[in-house]
Design a protein around this ligand. Structure first.
Ligand code: SF4
Ligand code: SF4
Length: 132
């Protein structure tokens, strides 16, 4: 005992009408509600959600460094090079190689290295991406 063709057509029309109404309601709701997207990077930088514990751009405090070379040893991506200066061996960081694994921060005995909340890790030349 199936539905006849006329009844089937009616049910289809009802379903389509229901979808059209829901679509119209959704459209109107979005027209009057506030924008959900952030216009970053053109503006709204302060509105970008930065999750707690984000491992962003690396910072280095040369004054605290004792030149132990632990950061150089643990870095998996050859971001760290040990260079010689008037104080002895000190690290130089090539930030474009950094994978933000945080191992250097963890092993540094003097807390000279830190990963910041700064999520923009870029530069227009190599100098800007080098930290000493
Ligand atoms: S965060 Fe990881 S990849 Fe970046 S410099 Fe430190 S050890 Fe190397
Ligand atoms: S681990 Fe810390 S103290 Fe040792 S060389 Fe690296 S930055 Fe300097």
């Amino acid at each position: 005992m199936g539905l006849d063709n006329g009844a089937t057509q009616e049910i289809r029309k009802e379903i389509v009408r229901w979808f059209e109404v829901s679509l119209a309601v959704e459209l109107l709701r979005n027209l009057v509600s506030r924008r959900a997207t952030v216009l970053y990077p053109f503006k709204d930088r302060e509105k970008v959600h930065v999750p707690e514990g984000l491992r962003g751009r690396l910072t280095f405090n040369r004054q605290l460094c004792i030149g132990c070379g632990m950061c150089f040893r643990v870095c998996p991506s050859e971001t760290v090079e040990m260079i010689e200066d008037e104080k002895g061996k000190r690290p130089r960081f090539y930030l474009d190689r950094c994978t933000h694994c945080q191992q250097c921060e963890d092993v540094c005995p003097t807390k000279a290295i830190g990963l910041t909340q700064q999520f923009e890790n870029f530069g227009f030349d190599r100098k800007e991406m080098t930290l000493e």
